[in-house]
Write a protein that binds this ligand. Structure first.
Ligand SMILES: Cc1cc2nc3c(=O)[nH]c(=O)nc-3n(C[C@H](O)[C@H](O)[C@H](O)COP(=O)(O)OP(=O)(O)OC[C@H]3O[C@@H](n4cnc5c(N)ncnc54)[C@H](O)[C@@H]3O)c2cc1C
Length: 587
C-alpha cells in the first residue's frame, strides 16, 4: 500500500474503505466529535466535482470493462447458471456504490428490518429504529412534508426526468393486472406498498444531480479533523494483544472501522487473520480470531432483464447508451444550463413490487409453496420481486441494430441461495474465491419464471411495443403458442400467452443463461450471534477482538427486498450513533 506523505502518524479512528457507509459515518462522527481525528482510506479514485458522478445519465459508463471506478468480482462458474461466471461489479471510488449506482430509490419492508432485531438478537436494529434514520438522511422532493419520508436530510430524492414509456406502463398495468392498482407510494414500508404500480423515485435531486454520499456529506463541508484519501488499498488490520491498533503502518488510539462493502470487508478481515481456520491456513495467514462466519452468507438480488423493441419515435436512453455524439452534446448543454433533460434521469421510471395473490400461487409450482409459507405468508409487506419497464436497453449495443428498445427488469427480493467470498491467498491483489450461488435452489428459478411471464404480458400491451428482441428471450419452439411472433401491441383484453411444460423448460434455461447481479451484495460479515455464524455483535464489534468494528452492507444478517442504497444509509446512520456514543459524543 502506498501512503501519501500527508497522512499523519496518528488518528483516533481509521476507516478501511471509503464507500457509501464509511463516508456517512465519518462525516457524522467528525461533526459530533471535533476533538478527535478521523482518517478514511479508499482504494479507488476521488469523485469530487466529476461529471461522471454528478450527472445521473452517465451511470452505465461505470460498467464498461475499462472502468476505473468499479471492481469486478468473478464468481466461480456453476451449472446452475449455465456454466457461466457471474460477474458482480462493486463501486470502487470515494462514495463507493453511491457514486456509481443506478440511483433507484427503494426502501425495505418493515419486517425485513424487524428480522434483524428479533430473529438475530440485535436490539435497536428494528424498523422503529432504522426508519427514522432513513428519513433523517433524505429530502423527499417528490412530495415535500410527506410524513413517511424525510424533508431536510442531505440526500435528495425526486423523479428525475421521467419518460413517456413509464406513463404507458403505469396506465396499462393497473388495468390489466387483477387487484394491482396504481399507488402514490411504493415505499411506505408496509403491505399497502405491495402490489401497487408506482412511479419510480430516484436518488437524484430536482436539479438533476446524483445524490451520492460524498458530495452531500463530505465535499460540501469543510472538516479540519477528517482526512479522506483515495488510492489507498488496505491490506489488513494490524492487531496487538487482542485489539486492533491500525491499518498496515498507521497506528490509531481508539478504533478501526472496516467499511469496504460486502465484497471488500470480509477479505480485509481474513487477510488480518480473522476468519475460518481452513481458509486462513490455505493462505498461510496466522490466525488471530477463529470466526467461521467471515465471508459466508453472501446474498444479492437475482436480476433478469428481458429486451423488447420499441416504436422508432419512443423516447429512450438508447442513444445515450450507444454514445451518440449529437444526443450527448445536446443533453450536456441542457444539463449544464439548469440540470434538465435526460442527463438528469436513468430511464427507469415505473415499477411494481409484486407478490402473488393466493389464487396465483399454483402458477409458481409445487417447489415454491414451502418457501412461500416460510417467508411470505406471515409477512404481507414482503413482495416476491420488483418488476419494471426500462426505457432503453442498458447494455453494450455495438452488435445490435441502432433502434429503440424497452426492457422488463425483474429482481427477486429474497433469493434463497447463499454464497461466499473468501481470500484465495494472502496477496492483496489476488482475485477472491467468490461463489454467488445464484439459482442453487429451484424456488428462485420458479419465481423468475413467473417474473418473465408477468413482464411479458405487461410489455406486449404497451402502445410503444413493437416485438421481442428474440435472442434475448427463451428459445421457444417455432410452433409453440408462446413463440415470439408479435410485432405490435395486443389489446388489453387479449388472452394471456399459454406456456407448455416445454416452454417452461425453455424459460428456465433462459433464466440460467441470463440471470445477473443487481449489484446488491450483502451479508458477508453478518450481525448475529457468534454461534450462528455471526461476525459482529449489535454494536458492530468484531467478535473476539477489541477496538475493531465493521460498518457497511456486509453486516445485515438477512436480505431486504429493496435496492440497497437505502439500507446502507440506515446502517451507516445507526453506526454513527453507536460509535459517537462510545467515543463520548452524541448524534
Ligand atoms: C452498478 C451498481 C448499481 C447499483 N444500483 C443501485 C440502485 O439503483 N439503487 C440502490 O439503492 N442501490 C444500488 N446499488 C447498491 C448500493 O450502491 C450499495 O448497496 C451501497 O453502495 C453499499 O454501501 P457500502 O458502504 O456497504 O459499500 P460500498 O459503497 O461498495 O463501499 C465500499 C468501498 O470500500 C472500498 N474498498 C474495498 N476494499 C478496499 C480495500 N481493501 N482498501 C480500501 N478500500 C476498499 C471500495 O472501493 C468501495 O469504495 C448499486 C450498486 C452498484 C455497484
Amino acid at each position: 500500500m502506498s501512503i501519501p506523505h500527508s497522512i499523519q502518524a496518528e488518528y483516533d479512528v481509521v476507516f478501511a474503505g471509503g464507500g457509501a457507509a464509511a463516508c456517512i459515518i465519518a462525516s457524522r462522527l467528525a461533526t459530533a466529535l471535533p476533538h478527535l481525528k478521523f482518517l478514511v482510506l479508499e482504494s479507488g479514485p476521488t469523485t469530487k466535482d466529476k461529471d461522471e458522478h454528478r450527472q445521473p445519465g452517465r451511470y452505465l459508463t461505470h460498467l464498461l470493462p475499462t472502468s476505473t471506478t468499479m471492481q469486478f468480482y468473478a464468481s466461480t462458474p456453476t451449472e446452475n447458471v449455465a456454466g457461466r461466471s457471474v460477474i458482480v461489479p462493486s463501486g470502487r471510488c470515494i462514495g463507493g456504490g453511491s457514486s456509481v449506482n443506478f440511483m433507484l430509490y427503494n426502501r425495505p419492508a418493515a419486517s425485513d428490518l424487524d428480522e434483524w432485531e428479533t430473529e438475530y438478537g440485535n436490539a435497536g436494529w428494528g424498523s422503529k429504529d432504522l426508519i427514522p434514520l432513513m428519513k433523517k438522511a433524505e429530502t423527499y422532493e417528490v412530495e415535500p412534508h410527506n410524513a413517511t419520508h424525510g424533508s431536510d436530510g442531505p440526500l435528495k430524492v425526486s423523479y428525475g426526468a421521467p419518460l413517456d414509456l413509464a406513463a404507458q406502463f403505469l396506465e396499462i398495468g393497473p388495468k390489466f393486472e387483477k387487484n394491482r392498482p396504481f399507488g402514490d407510494e411504493g415505499n411506505g414500508f408496509d403491505a399497502a406498498s405491495v402490489n401497487k404500480f408506482y412511479q419510480m423515485p430516484k436518488w437524484i435531486s430536482r436539479k438533476g444531480h446524483r445524490s451520492d454520499v460524498p458530495h452531500h456529506y463530505i465535499y460540501n463541508k469543510s472538516f479540519d479533523n477528517l482526512s479522506v484519501f483515495d488510492g489507498c488499498r488496505v491490506n489488513r488490520v494490524i492487531t496487538e494483544n487482542g485489539a486492533a491498533t491500525g491499518l498496515e503502518y498507521l497506528f490509531d488510539r481508539r478504533l478501526v472501522i472496516v467499511s469496504a462493502g460486502a465484497m471488500g470487508s470480509p477479505l480485509i478481515l481474513e487477510r488480518s487473520g480473522i476468519g475460518k481456520k481452513d481458509i486462513l491456513d490455505r493462505a498461510g495467514i496466522p490466525m488471530v480470531v477463529e470466526l467461521p462466519g467471515v465471508g459466508e452468507n453472501y446474498q444479492d438480488h437475482l436480476f433478469v432483464v428481458t429486451p423488447y423493441i420499441a416504436e422508432p419515435d419512443a423516447e429512450t436512453f438508447d442513444p445515450i447508451f450507444r454514445g451518440d455524439p449529437e444526443t450527448w452534446g445536446r443533453l450536456l448543454t441542457l444539463w449544464a444550463k439548469d440540470g434538465s433533460g435526460l442527463m438528469g434521469g436513468n430511464g427507469v421510471d415505473c415499477a411494481i413490487k409484486m407478490r402473488p395473490h393466493p389464487d396465483e400461487l399454483a402458477e409458481l409450482g409445487p417447489d415454491f409453496i414451502q418457501y412461500w409459507n416460510d417467508v411470505f405468508a406471515k409477512n404481507p409487506d414482503k413482495p416476491l420481486f420488483w418488476l419494471s419497464a426500462l426505457a432503453g436497453l442498458p447494455a453494450d449495443q455495438s452488435a445490435l441494430p441502432p433502434i429503440k428498445y424497452l426492457c422488463s427488469g425483474c429482481f427477486l427480493g429474497y433469493p434463497t441461495s447463499r454464497g461466499h467470498v473468501h481470500i484465495a491467498s494472502s496477496d492483496l491483489y489476488a482475485a477472491p474465491d467468490f461463489q454467488c450461488a445464484f439459482l442453487s435452489n429451484d424456488c428462485d428459478l420458479a419465481a423468475l419464471r413467473w417474473g418473465y411471464k408477468k413482464g411479458r404480458e405487461l410489455i406486449r400491451r404497451l402502445p410503444s411495443f413493437r416485438g421481442a428482441l428474440v435472442p434475448g428471450h427463451p428459445q421457444f419452439a417455432p410452433d409453440s403458442p408462446a413463440a415470439l411472433t408479435e410485432t405490435g401491441p395486443v389489446p388489453l383484453d387479449a388472452p394471456k400467452v399459454v406456456y407448455s411444460a416445454e416452454d417452461d423448460k425453455a424459460i428456465d434455461d433462459y433464466v440460467r443463461q441470463w440471470v445477473a447481479t443487481t449489484w446488491h451484495s450483502l451479508g458477508t460479515c453478518a450481525m448475529k450471534p457468534r454461534d450462528r455464524g455471526g461476525v459482529v455483535d449489535s454494536k458492530l464489534n468484531v467478535y473476539g477482538i477489541g477496538k475493531l468494528k465493521v460498518a457497511d452492507l456486509s453486516i445485515p444478517p438477512s436480505n431486504v427486498n429493496s435496492n440497497t442504497y437505502s439500507a446502507a444509509v440506515a446502517v451507516a446512520e445507526k453506526a454513527a450513533i453507536i460509535i459517537a456514543a462510545e467515543l463520548g459524543g452524541k448524534i
